[in-house]
Structures are given as C-alpha cells and as structure tokens.
Design a protein around this ligand. Structure first.
Ligand code: FSO
Ligand code: SF4
Length: 552
C-alpha cells in the first residue's frame, strides 16, 4: 500500500506516506489497495460517461455511482475490504451498462470509444487477482518516469475530487443533483485517466476542481437549507438528560432526520456527536423535541465518547476510527461508512438501532445544564450585517479570523485553540468544521451584541463562509483580500483539499495552512502556491495573530 492523502502521514518518521501493512488511520493494506483500484475503475466509468454525454445520452446513475464510490475512499470512511470488492464489480457493471447505451445511440459512430487501461479494465475473479491489479495503479504510479511534482499534482486533483464527491454525495442523498456537477466529475476523472504530465495544465485543472467544488458546496447549501430550513442561532444542551439514548455522528443530516422520525414517541433521546452538532440549528430538525443535545467532542475523541455513551451509536460519514471493545457491539454504520464486522444499515432502515437503544440503559439522571450556541450560517450573520459593518467602521471590530477545517490528533493542533482564545477582544472569530471543538466551550463574550465566536456549521458549510466574506467585501467596496479578515485553515482530509482549491480559485490570498503541509505538495508546488497565492504554513498562534493584525 501507499497512501498519503491525509495529514496523519506527517506523524510517520519518514513523513511522506503510509506504506506498511496498515495506515495510521487503521486502514489495512488490502483495503488501501482496493481503494486505489476503485479510483482506477471510477476513471473508466468517467471516460465512458463522458462519451455518453457527448453522444447526447448523459447518465446520472453513473454520476451518482462515482460520487458514492469516491466518497468511500476518503480518510476515515470505509475500512471494509468486502465492500470494496462489491463496489469494484459494480463499477465494471455501471461502465459496461453505459457503454451499451453509447453503442445503442444512433450517432454512436460519430465519437470513437475511449481507450486505455481504466476503461479496458476487467475485475479479477478473486481478491488475490484484484490485489495484483491494484498493485499496478497506486496513487504514486509513474513516479520514476514523471517525477514527484506531476505525481503530487495528480494527487492534489484526485484528493480534491474526493472532497467534491463527498459534498456532492451529501447533496445527492437529499435529492439535490445537478447535471453540470456530474459533467465536472466526469471531466476531471477522465483527465486523470489520461495520465497527464504537463505541470501548468495540472495546476489549471486543480483550480477547475476548486471551481467545481464551489458549485457543489452551493448545491449542498441549497440541499441542507431546502430540506431543513435556514439555520438560526440555537443554544444546544451539552449535558445529558435522563433516559434512553442514541448518538449520531458524521455529517448526514438526512440520516438524522430519518432516525428522528423513527424514534418519535418511543421515549428515546437523540444526541448529536462531532460534525452533527450544527443539526440543532435547522428548524425542521430542532422541531423534534427528542433531539435533546450534543454529546462528546470531535471525531478523534470518539473512542472515549462512544465507550461512555449508554446507548447505540450511528456513524453516518467520516470520521470513524477502530471501534473499541466497549462499544463494538452497539455501533452501526450507514451510507458510505464501513468497518468489518459492524452492522451496516441501508435505506434509512434503522429498526436494529432503535431496538438496541430500547435494550440499553440510557442515562440514569440529568446532568447540570450547560449549552453552546451554534447556527450562525450565512443568513444569520448577514441578517446582522448592518450592525457588523457599523462595528467595523466605528473601530469596535478590528479584525475577523476564520478558523476553520478539520481536527485531528496531532499535538500541533493546539495552535488552533491558542489562536482562537488568544485573538484580541476586539476581533471576531468565525469557525466551521470539527476543529472548533478545541475552543467552542470557551467564553468569548460579545462586541455590541455580536457574539465574538460565530459557529457557521460543518466543514460542509464552507459555502456560508464564502458568501459572508463576499458580502462583507461588497459592503466595504473592496476585494475579499482587502478585508480585515484572515483565514486560518486546519486541514486533515480530502474535503479540506477541495475547499482549499476553491479558495485559491476564488483568488483568496494569504491563507495560513496547518498544522503541517500535505505530503503530496512538493517543494516546487509549494513554491508556486506561495508565489501565486501567498499561502503560508502556520508558525505559532501569537506571532501569526500579530502578523495578521499588522497586515490589516
Ligand atoms: Fe472533521 Fe472528519 Fe468535517 Fe473532515 S469529522 S475531519 S474535513 O472528515 O469532515 O471536519
Ligand atoms: Fe495513512 Fe491517512 Fe491514508 Fe490512512 S488515510 S493510510 S492515515 S495517509
């Protein structure tokens, strides 16, 4: 196996990738190799789907398959090799079905059938054979011939596309798809299937992935708000109440809603965990009285949180880590998530989860009430834009810091809490993603009635941040880069790669990126990003705050 798609690789002595029998996330070599082969297979589906589109018979089912398949290969999503064998065979079947549609099109002869190893691949009959095939298509294939910059840029595009696929899949399962998004996925994966080697073209394509991701984030925003209403500021209880309990983690709001419906009136309280926290701010979801609160911290605390939770747990998306023995029997997976031996629930059929909740003790007593406030999406923030602008003009708000992204276990991540809590009292901190758990119980206070900490939601809500920055720039008649705003991004996995590419595609400069830089960003590519976009690795919170304020 060779995998360097997430930030954890930097914890290895070599710092350049997981290459032994098991990755630091717990992904074994078999699963990692099958994931590489699935990416290869998806490229073949994309090539065929692109031809179908050109022939006037676009295939959205193939598009939806690609989104789901790529999502399963993200960090901390699916560790079950059996599921990947199934997905590989499905990929071949989808591709061949699309091929048959192409051949049946009246104008089939006008566009030649694509060729190449991805579209011509046939799945081996057994696991051993699949692993032999996988060995030919690692993410760093061709390193000796094309060099690390080309391999790194291909990886940047692929990882960005994995993020795009995750966001688009979240929208798709809520019933929101868009033809142009499927076209963009086909194009990008087809591009990768051509084994591109030209560095300027690769850089251009990486920015196209960023533009595609902007469209996808906008679509996901429309899906979430269309289905569940506009988030509004909401105090969320973070202390348990007595009674039977289910904990829901991950990002899929549709799974949460289905579970709330299926537990209504059953005497079961539902709690959010990790990135599910912002669910409490959506009117449709918070209307369920048995959505009682949030429990625990960010994803990397799950082994402790889940072990201590007195009910079953549902994992709806990343980030799952190896379930400990104290809760292995009561954790369920859904959607793209998988772990060998865990019960996987499909099509929102949560009966076994509900039964497990009724059989388990739940919380014995209420704990003293404690709350945190969430729900400062774009509408809530822009609703007070007048007051915010006045406060900036009067000098009451000196600067905004957007501290967003994913969290992880690395020790350098204290930087983000040091940054947030060290930001001066006349600054406002906007946050999103799971990194906020490091500081969202801190008392930040308010400036003229505007809370100093504004939680915009999940990492999936990055679109809100972009809209807020755009609206402020408009109000002050300047570019986003000229606003008193600094972006401090914490990256962990591939959705962060997609968001970073979006920010770059929008021309946003001087982003501080940490806790370490991705291993697939080579020194030459980093130099290009520094020259072109002013990207800066983080240093220490105190110096970076001072530097940001001096720039302003
Ligand atoms: Fe966190 Fe995990 Fe939302 Fe990521 S839970 S780390 S970017 O997968 O998804 O912020
Ligand atoms: Fe290593 Fe991250 Fe890949 Fe897991 S996902 S194998 S930790 S690089």
């Amino acid at each position: 196996m060779f995998c360097y798609q997430c930030e954890q690789t930097t914890r290895l002595p070599s710092g350049d990738g997981c290459a032994s029998a098991k990755g630091l996330c717990g992904k074994d070599a078999t699963t990692a190799d099958l994931q590489d082969l699935l990416v290869h297979a998806v490229k073949g589906v994309a090539q065929q789907a692109r031809r179908a589109r050109a022939l006037g018979v676009p295939d959205h089912e193939a598009g939806a398959f690609m989104l789901h398949a790529l999502f399963t290969t993200l960090t901390n999503v699916n560790f079950n090799p059996t599921r990947f064998v199934t997905l590989l065979n499905e990929a071949a079947a989808v591709r061949d079905r699309v091929k048959a549609r192409c051949e049946a099109a009246p104008n089939a002869a006008t566009i030649a059938a694509p060729t190449g190893p991805a579209i011509e691949w046939t799945p081996a009959a057994d696991l051993e054979g699949l692993l032999v095939q996988a060995a030919a298509v690692p993410v760093n294939a061709g390193l000796a011939e094309v060099g690390e910059d080309v391999v790194g840029l291909r990886a940047l595009i692929l990882y960005g596309m994995k993020g795009v696929a995750a966001y688009a899949n979240h929208a798709a399962v809520l019933g929101y798809t868009r033809d142009t998004v499927f076209a963009g996925v086909e194009e990008a994966m087809d591009f990768l299937a051509s084994d591109p080697t030209d560095v300027p073209t690769l850089l251009d394509r990486a920015l196209s992935v960023g533009r595609l991701n902007l469209e996808v984030m906008e679509l996901l925003d429309a899906a979430n708000t269309g289905r569940f209403g506009t988030p509004c500021p909401t105090a969320v209880r973070v202390a348990p109440v007595a009674g039977k309990a289910i904990l829901v983690s991950g990002h899929d709001l549709g799974d949460l809603e289905a579970l709330l419906k299926q537990t209504a009136g059953k005497g079961i309280n539902v709690y959010t965990h990790g990135e599910m926290l912002p669910a409490h701010s959506y009117p449709t979801l918070k209307a369920y009285p048995h959505l009682v609160g949030n429990y625990g911290g960010a994803w990397q605390d799950q082994q402790t949180d889940f072990a201590n939770f007195p009910g079953p747990i549902l994992m709806t998306s990343n980030c799952i880590i190896e379930p400990g023995p104290r809760y292995r029997q009561r954790i369920f997976t859904a959607g793209p998530v998988g772990w060998p031996g865990l019960r996987h629930l499909t099509d929102h059929q949560f009966g076994p989860l509900v039964a497990a909740a009724l059989a388990l003790p739940g919380f014995k007593a209420d704990e003293p009430e404690q709350t945190i406030t969430v729900g400062f999406g774009r509408d809530a923030v822009l609703g007070v834009a007048g007051a915010v602008i006045d406060a900036v003009k009067a000098g009451d708000i000196r600067h905004f810091f957007l501290i967003g992204g994913c969290d992880g276990a690395a020790s350098g991540r204290n930087y983000y809490s040091d940054f947030a809590t060290g930001a001066p009292d006349d600054t406002v901190v906007l946050t999103l993603g799971c990194a906020k758990y490091r500081f969202n119980r801190h008392e930040f206070g308010a400036i003229g009635g505007i809370p100093r900490l504004l939680d915009l939601g999940q990492c999936n809500d990055s679109y809100s941040a972009i809209r807020i920055a755009g609206a402020l720039a408009e109000a002050f008649d300047c570019s986003v880069n000229d606003l008193p705003l600094s972006l401090v991004v914490s990256w962990f996995e591939q959705k962060a790669a997609a968001v970073l590419l979006t920010l770059l595609a929008l021309g946003i400069r001087n982003i501080r990126l940490g806790p370490t830089l991705p291993a697939f960003i080579t020194p030459n590519v980093l130099a290009t990003l520094v020259d072109g976009f002013g990207i800066q690795p983080i240093t220490n919170a105190q110096d970076d705050i001072a530097a940001a304020l001096n720039r302003a």
